[in-house]
Design a protein around this ligand. Structure first.
Ligand code: HEM
Length: 178
């Protein structure tokens, strides 16, 4: 994971649980806590920090990862406003994640751990995003979708009944808009 992701996680923990909590979490996770945005750090280190945060706060790991995804969305919006400005709304934006946004991210950071999304787009008010990644961070994707929906001021509902955490080889995030 890129340092930028750790930087956003640190901001979320400090804003939500305070500075002391971040220090305590780093100690538990045996992490130094110095992250350069463009450098790459082990995925396991991020997961150790999330596990330590879960222990400290009694919030389940899945809930924290989802919350973190929602927090990342406005962070990405301030870092990369052009990705949001070119889109007319939530569905339009989500359709650019795989073929535009993550393609640009990979150009900037060739070693970034980027997931694969494909789409099932058969009705104007629906979209299914098919997620595949060895990191199985589908709850981060759920949170990012939620945070993005807030940025566009749109309502949506999500069904996630096919999941990699339930022995499937991919996740299906079935969205209805409006
Ligand atoms: C402007 C918007 C976005 C930007 C700039 C962006 C960029 C990135 C970056 C930098 C990473 C981390 C790579 C690493 O640490 O090695 C990442 C990972 C990820 N992105 Fe995006 N992303 C955006 C939107 C989205 C959206 C809307 C979704 C969900 C639908 C999404 C799903 C994910 C997931 C789940 C990961 C974690 C890695 C994995 O699952 O393998 N991203 N993205």
């Amino acid at each position: 994971m890129k340092g930028v992701v750790f930087n956003l996680l640190e901001s979320m923990v400090e804003e939500t649980f305070g500075l002391a909590a971040w220090d305590e979490i780093l100690t538990k996770a045996e992490s130094e806590g110095v992250y350069v945005a463009s450098s790459t750090y082990p995925d396991a280190e991020l997961m150790a920090i999330v596990a330590a945060a879960s222990d400290l706060t009694d919030i389940p790991v899945d809930t924290l990862v989802r919350k973190f995804g929602a927090y990342m969305a406005p962070g990405f919006k301030s870092l990369y406003p052009q990705f949001f400005e070119r889109c007319s709304g939530l569905k339009d934006f989500l359709l650019t994640v795989d073929g535009v946004i993550h393609v640009e991210v990979r150009k900037l950071y060739p070693d970034a751990g980027i997931p694969e999304f494909s789409y099932n787009d058969e009705q104007p008010d629906r979209l299914t995003m098919i997620y595949q990644s060895p990191r199985k961070l589908c709850m981060l994707a759920e949170g990012l979708i939620d945070g993005t929906a807030k940025i566009f001021g749109e309502e949506y509902s999500l069904e996630h009944s096919i999941c990699m955490h339930n022995e499937a080889d991919h996740c299906e995030l079935a969205l209805s808009f409006g």
